[in-house]
Design a protein around this ligand. Structure first.
Ligand code: GLU
Length: 493
């Protein structure tokens, strides 16, 4: 065990917005840190300047915060092991690369891109495995000096032993053996002075005292290189845990953009709750000792253990995520749900920003009517739009009339409803129910024959919350105006 206790890092490259695969890694990192009283570190691996996306760092930070996974050290948080942006640590990587060259474990390579391209073509034509042919490995000190004096560009390559095997270890898969013959002399420092991922990752994991590296399975192939670097630098490697890949919902291949949203930001914009996404990701690669399916973050901390992380690929099922979302939406209090829905309603222009307290209070009142009906927060505008708008589009006559009646009969029914409710002072749910049931009886109609046209007239929709509660929530003035509008529509046709 590391002398500093458990220290885990999430090390995204800001080459794009936070992916759900990255979010799962961050979640498992965070859980292990919390469970063990250790630290969760956010490190930005921004050494690939060509693929740098300027607002990616902001997206990564805000997505982690939204998911409820704050970091103990890293950007904004600071910490003794900083800086936490690799682009601010270049001198460190250069120093270690130089140390390795001096120790005879790495070397300068002056091969031009043209030569490397030619080499690649030659290997391809001869059906040989691709990889650097070690051309510069044999350069003498004098030759190196000559190239340097001529101002030639160089990279630093690691000297992989020419024969033999290396044993590496993953906490879930155990020992694995790789033949050196499968590795070429990989670059550790690029010609612009930036490190490659391999060097930067090893140097930082060591200097930051990382005890556990949790990352996606796609990095397993890097393990032999990382172990070689640890050995060459005389450092103890951390424990490595590689997470299973996500398969598409049909289980036929890797999850990709083709299958819909893959960025945390997209899930957020669609109206998934962070609680649901976290619960979903928790069980996408880890399983508890029992068959518990619902976990708050605290419960997840309690239950989590590295040993229960799976090594077989996991299918990404949106249906499951939707199921979780419905559950977590129903768990919220009306106030909380209204607060979560507010940005969506503001986005859709249904409520002002800032939202005045009386309008927010009205929104809270609507929540119990729709809480069971929405699966995504983004559905809220459709679900409560007719409450919040002063007016609605006049409904289609066909929707109002129903199967048996005529336009005029329906207009008469709605007219009777207006007459029955106009004098009413108690516009409460129960009172409205009494009045409308009595009216249906007096007009010799089945309740549905009266309720349906009223429902459509006041909402424009056929599927709505219970009629009486919705009438009460709409209020008398809107109800009467909309009934009148429907009558006009019916008599016009
Ligand atoms: N920067 C790498 C990535 O974006 C990190 C891999 C690792 O965790 O070592 O996935």
């Amino acid at each position: 065990m590391n002398k500093n206790g458990i220290r885990v890092r999430f090390a995204p490259s800001p080459t794009g917005y936070l992916h759900i695969g990255g979010a799962r890694t961050a979640l498992y990192d965070w859980l292990l840190a919390r469970k063990s009283g250790g630290q969760f570190i956010l490190r930005i691996e921004d050494t690939d300047r060509n693929r740098f996306v300027p607002d990616a760092v902001e997206d990564i930070k805000s997505s982690l915060r939204w998911l409820g996974l704050p970091w103990d050290e890293g950007p904004d948080a600071g910490g003794a092991a900083g800086p936490y942006f690799q682009s601010e640590r270049l001198e460190l990587y250069q120093k270690y690369a130089e140390d390795l060259v001096r120790a005879g474990k790495a070397y300068y390579c002056f091969c031009t891109p043209e030569r490397l391209e030619e080499m690649r073509k030659r290997q391809e034509a001869a059906n040989q495995p691709s990889g650097y042919d070690r051309h510069c490995r044999a350069l003498t000190a004098e030759e190196v000096e000559k190239h340097l004096a001529a101002g030639e560009k160089y990279v630093v390559r690691f000297k992989v032993p020419l024969a033999g095997k290396i044993q590496v270890r993953d906490e879930l898969r155990g020992e694995m053996v790789f033949d050196y013959a499968t590795l070429d002399d990989f670059v550790i420092l690029k010609s612009d002075g930036f490190p490659t991922y391999h060097l930067a990752s090893v140097v930082d994991d060591h200097l930051m005292g990382i005890s556990h590296v949790i990352r996606g399975e796609e990095w397993i192939i890097s393990l032999p290189r990382h172990f070689l670097l640890y050995e060459a630098l005389g450092w103890e490697p951390p424990a490595f845990v590689h997470l299973p890949i996500f398969l598409s919902p049909d289980g036929k291949g890797k999850l990709s953009k083709r299958h819909g949203a893959t960025g945390v930001r997209e899930f957020r914009e669609k109206g998934y709750l962070p609680e649901a996404l976290v619960n979903f990701l928790l069980l996408l690669g880890w399983h508890p000792a029992n068959d518990q399916e619902l976990f708050t973050l605290d419960e997840a901390v309690e239950a989590f253990s590295v040993e229960r992380i799976s090594t077989s690929p996991v299918s990404f099922s949106l249906d499951k995520l939707d199921w979780y979302n419905g559950i977590y939406i129903r768990r919220l209090s009306p106030e909380e749900l209204a607060g979560r829905c507010l940005p969506f309603l503001q986005r859709d222009g249904l409520l002002p920003d800032p939202c005045p307290p009386e309008q927010f209070a009205y929104l809270v009142r609507l929540m119990p009517l729709v809480q069971e009906r929405i699966k995504l927060l983004s559905e809220i505008s459709q679900a409560v739009g007719y409450f919040l708008r002063d007016e609605i589009e006049p409904p289609e006559p066909a929707l109002l009339i129903g199967k048996k009646g005529t336009a005029e009969e329906t207009a008469v029914i709605l007219d009777e409803v207006i007459k029955a409710i106009t004098p009413v002072t108690d516009f409460g749910e129960e009172h409205l129910e009494q009045i409308l049931r009595a009216l249906a009886e007096r007009l010799a109609l089945k309740p549905g024959q009266l309720f349906m046209p009223v429902r459509v007239a006041v909402t424009g929709q056929t599927a709505t919350p219970g009629l009486f509660e919705l009438l009460a929530a709409l209020g008398k003035e809107k109800v009467i105006n909309r009934l009148q509008q429907a009558i006009t529509v019916l008599r016009k046709g």
